[in-house]
Write a protein that binds this ligand. Structure first.
Ligand code: ARG
Ligand code: ZN
Length: 887
């Protein structure tokens, strides 16, 4: 049931215009659609085929004449029209349909659905076919008009894409509004909203003089939580003009927040629909990370207006064309408006926690997959984050100026078109003159390449020689392709390796500091002359390629880089490598004792802390976060060992405790020095100071029981109840949630009673409990699933409780008794019938099941088989579980 990129054929029919009428009634909605269709001269010919899912067809007519049943076939979610009442289909025709749909029963949240008191849409990737019959593929681009009709009292706001062209009253207290989108678009960018909402309005003047009306719509009573999103939107608009010369092309730009939403947000033309999580924020309800998440997602969806909407994807295999590029753009926005170094470090961490494991597991795929069963399963870390890394590598290889020319050329060539990743690379190549033929392999290969480095210094000749060797073993994906008889291009990749040579005095030996080595062969040697002393090589500065680095550097060398590397990302990276090495030794010791912790590491941590107090607190905070349990697990798996989640957890805690004991005075001094001195603001240097101070408090909470109770506990409880901002509150509550103390329960209860009316804050309450270290966490999660605060139909609740447990609490998810796996299977089997997309995302927690020990594997297999055998299993979940079991 997989579909293949190689089978792509252009559409047989095109649609020039769509006129929609959507009438919302108490029991159903009625959708009338008028499509101006035309046979595609470049198409394969044949019937007019439309997609349609869960639509009750009421009327079907061509050019005004109702179609007799013998002219069409309606089966398997397809409507195939072969003739117009016996006559062959004309070259151009007007197709009129009338269908009934049931938005109130739409628990998948794809298509038109109800959330609380309003109606909202989500059409990407294939939701439009759940609204009306349509050739639901991104290479069919049409101009849309949409009239919405509903009861005025309950649904005062009627919104769709583009410009509001008419409004009016209908009978029985109903009203209507008609919207016209001047730009042709694929149907996945269609949106409509009918709801009672409050609106925050503003204006943005584009540099060519257009005044855009900006509007953020939210549930009534939440206007005081929209200011940050609006500010982020204006910042994004100004940034895209400045950095890419791209302007807003409509008179209206609307963002609507909805509490039930499968993903983060959606870039519908002129009418973005957002998960409330990425709109609503107030200092007392949202953390610094939430505020930054809003910045990034608002920017991301706005940037899609050009990279995604004006130029869209030919087919869904090309998803990374718009997603990888748009993530790259929102990353650069983050780097420009916040801190470049901190932003990059966070991206690298996220890539290691989520994308590297994906690349090593059963769902491995290239950023442009050659096949899939369910496209919704491919909105992945690979397509998004690795896709952005691939765009970033192009940027590194050709440079900022050529990259900008490449973007200009891409738009000059393809504005208004649905294109492929190949078209993007071609524009970059043509604008830069850099040959990217070999680079294209990054689009087709799954898996994370290994880069082996060997350096040698010849003091006599003042010469440093570096040999780089790349390798990439076939993944589950390549094996599947091979079985399907498809060729794999397994030649070497074109890898930009940014290198610095750090001298004993800490300076850079290379005049340009960093040189980008173009590794194109399997193995290549690079020679550097005139190097005055033995350097310490700093490889992959700025994380210039998404690879595993295999480079034997001693603790001394890593400590030298930690102290001196002129690239902040590699200073951080050196610390992570050192910590990883120590933790792996600790894991080998079963996480017992502390004799695997060298004093040099303790000293390095102290130095980083001092540095943070003097210079950049945010960077220090990043450096003091030990490698995540998931990253350590990948290290074990990569070394061919069974992942031992218990030992990983114990070793990491042991190291934290050791640091807390040895550096208590330093931590205390830092805690005092970092006390807030000005009123809360979600940006600027105080974000870094808060991050470091809360991190330090977390370390102090690892102290012995006596000190903990006497000195740390009072601060934790005070911060929980007294801090005016959610960043500090949740940091303290998250720490308390790991402590088996009466204060824990009191703090959790108080938090819940204070915030039970704020859905997003309740999500935090669920999440801190789901990620707790304490024994009995799985049982607590089950209890919370029965709590009034939980609702399995709300994706945010499922993510906050269940996904947090499965993905962010590895030690409890992989519990030796199999309880974590059983819990996940229970949720997935219940949820898959309701919301297959969300269920499939939870099912991805099993990706690494073959890397744990045999006893755990047996439990995981039983859980997976139970899901697989579920009657009527949704395609989304079937693909994930099938691939996991296939191995
Ligand atoms: N295009 C959206 C974004 O990245 C994601 C929407 C995906 N939705 C889905 N159901 N697969 O901004
Ligand atoms: Zn996107």
């Amino acid at each position: 049931q997989s579909i293949y990129l190689k089978d792509y054929t252009p559409p047989a029919w095109l649609v020039d215009t769509v006129d929609l009428h959507v009438a919302i009634h108490d029991t159903h909605a009625e959708v009338r659609a008028t499509l101006a269709c035309r046979r595609n001269p470049a198409g394969p010919g044949g019937a007019l085929v439309l997609d349609g899912e869960e639509l009750a067809l009421q009327e079907l007519a061509i050019d005004g004449a109702a179609l007799a049943p013998f002219c069409y076939a309606l089966a398997d979610d397809r409507l195939a029209i072969a003739s117009a009442n016996g006559a062959p289909l004309p070259e151009r025709l007007t197709l009129a349909t009338r269908v009934r749909i049931a938005p109130d029963a739409n628990t998948q949240l794809s298509g038109l659905y109800r959330s609380k008191d309003g109606y909202f849409t989500q059409c990407e990737a294939q939701g439009f076919r759940r609204i009306t019959f349509y050739p639901d593929r991104p290479d069919v681009m049409a101009r849309f008009t949409c009239t919405i009709e509903a009861a005025r009292e309950r649904f005062p706001q009627l919104l769709s894409n583009g410009n509001l062209v008419a409004t009016g009253d209908a009978t029985d207290g109903r009203h209507w509004a008609r919207w016209e989108d001047p730009y042709a678009k694929p149907c996945y960018l269609f949106a409509l909203v009918a709801a009672k909402l409050d609106v925050l309005e503003d204006r943005f003047a584009t540099r060519s003089g257009r005044t855009v009306r900006l509007a953020v719509y939210v549930e009534p009573g939440k206007l005081d939580q929209c200011g940050h999103a609006m500010a982020a939107l204006k910042k994004s608009m100004a940034w895209d003009e400045r950095r890419f010369g791209l302007e807003m092309d409509l008179d209206h730009y609307m963002i609507v927040a909805v509490g039930d939403f499968n993903m983060g947000a959606m870039e519908n033309k002129g009418l973005n629909i957002f998960n409330t999580k990425y709109v609503l924020a107030r200092p007392d309800t949202a953390t610094d990370a939430d505020f930054q998440g809003i910045d990034r997602v608002v920017a991301h969806e706005y940037f899609h207006n050009w990279t995604g909407n004006r130029v869209t994807c030919r087919d869904w295999f090309q998803l990374s064309l718009k997603e990888g590029l748009t993530v790259f753009r929102d990353q650069e926005f983050g780097a420009d408006v916040h801190s470049r170094a901190v932003t990059r470090i966070q991206e690298v961490r996220a890539l290691r926690v989520a994308q590297f494991p994906e690349d090593a597991g059963p769902m491995a795929h290239p950023i442009r997959p050659a096949s899939y069963a369910e496209i919704n399963n491919f909105y992945t870390a690979t397509v998004y984050q690795k896709g952005a890394e691939v765009v970033r590598m192009i940027h590194t290889l050709i440079g900022e100026a050529a990259f900008r020319r490449g973007m200009d050329l891409y738009f000059a060539r393809h504005d208004g078109q649905a294109v492929t990743c190949e078209d993007f690379v071609a524009a970059m190549q043509d604008a830069s003159g850099v040959d990217l033929a070999q680079f294209r392999r990054w689009y087709a290969r799954a898996g994370t390449p290994h880069l082996k480095a060997e350096g040698r210094y010849d003091a006599q000749a003042r010469r440093y020689t570096l040999t780089l060797t790349q390798s990439l073993a076939p993944t589950a994906y390549e094996k599947r392709l091979q079985e399907a008889g498809l060729a794999i291009d397994d030649g070497p990749l074109h890898i930009p390796v940014a290198l610095g040579l750090v001298l004993p005095d800490g300076s850079d030996a290379l005049p340009e500091k960093t040189r980008v080595l173009p590794l194109t062969q399997q193995s290549q040697t690079f020679v550097f002359d005139g190097i005055p002393a033995a350097p310490v090589a700093s490889l992959l500065r700025g994380f210039s390629a998404p690879v595993h680095l295999d480079f034997a550097q001693g603790d001394e060398e890593l400590a030298h880089l930690m102290a001196w590397d002129s690239d902040p990302v590699n200073r951080w990276e050196a610390g992570q490598r050192l910590a990883t090495r120590i933790l792996l030794a600790g894991i080998a010791a079963g996480g017992e004792g502390t004799d695997w912790i060298p004093d040099t590491f303790v000293a390095a941590v102290a130095r980083v802390l001092d540095d943070g107090l003097r210079h950049d607190a945010a960077l220090a905070a990043e450096a003091l976060i030990l490698p995540a349990e998931q990253v350590l697990a990948e290290e074990m798996a990569g070394a061919g060992k069974a992942i031992d989640p218990e030992a990983i957890h114990r070793a990491r805690i042991a190291l934290r405790r050791h640091l807390a004991a040895r550096l208590r005075d330093r931590f205390e001094a830092a805690w005092a020095a970092l006390a807030p001195t000005e009123p809360y603001s979600p940006d600027g240097p105080q974000v870094g100071r808060r991050a470091l101070r809360n991190l330090v408090l977390g370390y102090l909470a690892e102290s012995d029981a006596e000190y903990l109770n006497a000195s740390v506990m009072p601060r934790l409880t005070a911060q929980c109840s007294g801090a005016g901002n959610m960043t500090d509150v949740i940091a303290a509550l998250g720490t308390l949630a790991n402590l088996d103390a009466p204060e824990r329960t009191a703090a959790l209860d108080a938090f819940h009673s204070r915030w039970q009316g704020e859905a997003l804050v309740v999500d935090k309450w669920l999440q801190v409990q789901a990620t707790s270290r304490l024994p009995g966490t799985a049982a607590r999660v089950r209890e919370l699933m029965r709590h009034a605060a939980f609702d399995i139909r709300n994706p945010n609740k499922v993510y906050a409780l269940v996904r947090a447990f499965c993905a962010a609490n590895p030690r409890h998810f992989h519990a030796a008794d199999g309880e974590g796996y059983r819990l996940a299977a229970d949720v997935i089997t219940e949820l898959q019938a309701m919301n297959p997309q969300v269920a499939a995302r939870i099912a991805r927690s099993f990706d690494r099941w073959r890397q744990v020990d045999a006893a755990r594997q047996a439990h995981a297999r039983a859980a997976l088989e139970r899901i697989r055998d579920c009657a009527g299993l949704a395609r989304d979940v079937a693909e994930v579980v099938g691939k996991a079991l296939e191995g």
